[in-house]
Design a protein around this ligand. Sequence first.
Ligand code: HEC
Length: 199
Amino acid sequence: MSEDKKTMPPTGEPTATRSTAPMWIIVVTLILLFVGGYYFDQHSGWFDAKVYAPYASAVTLEDYQPKSGEAAARARGKAVYESVCGICHGPDGLGKPGQAPALAGSEWVLTKGANRLAHIPLMGIAGPITVAGKDWNLNMAAMGAALPDDDLAAVLSYIRNSWGNQAGTITGDDIKKIRAAVGQNPQPMSADQLMKIPE
Ligand code: HEC
């Protein structure tokens, strides 16, 4: 004990007694819990990683997504690209050595019309092919054959108008017609065969 304590006048020892918590503390605590819970519900996005400020919930985020028209088709095309084609052709459309050629700047993508290009994902492609001056000799299965017309149209429109590419968009009706002509039995085509198909 320090010297000071001894010289100080004695004070009453603190005592501890049991008493009931005042009602107002219980009420205030419950109100705080309720307000906190409400705030969490409104602002947290329930730990969804895709939801961050200024958006409060997955529902509000959904409301901001384009529902129709060009913007929606583009968003759809990007989503299909990233889940179906980007694995090989790269998120930047530049292709990957030994895996797939570039789509950016590719003469096979920047065709006048949809016809020849659509044959590639509908039929598959195999063997030697030159893409933007580079030679490849791999093969690609009919990666688009299982996609609905609108999704295939959206993804082809997307690759024709991304990474500096600029070409006309393709509609679901275009794909419907080409698919009908192609038939149900996709056989991988060679570059030579593709060149004979009108653009
Ligand atoms: C499993 C890997 C893989 C996936 C997935 C894939 N491709 Fe390919 N793609 C290739 C390969 C490999 C070639 C070159 C084939 C050859 O050498 O004959 C190619 C060639 C092409 C070509 C012609 C060449 C060029 O680069 O312009 C186009 C167009 C194309 N793919 C579009 C698509 C689209 C659209 C999708 C998605 C629907 C897709 N590919 C998905 C591997 C893939």
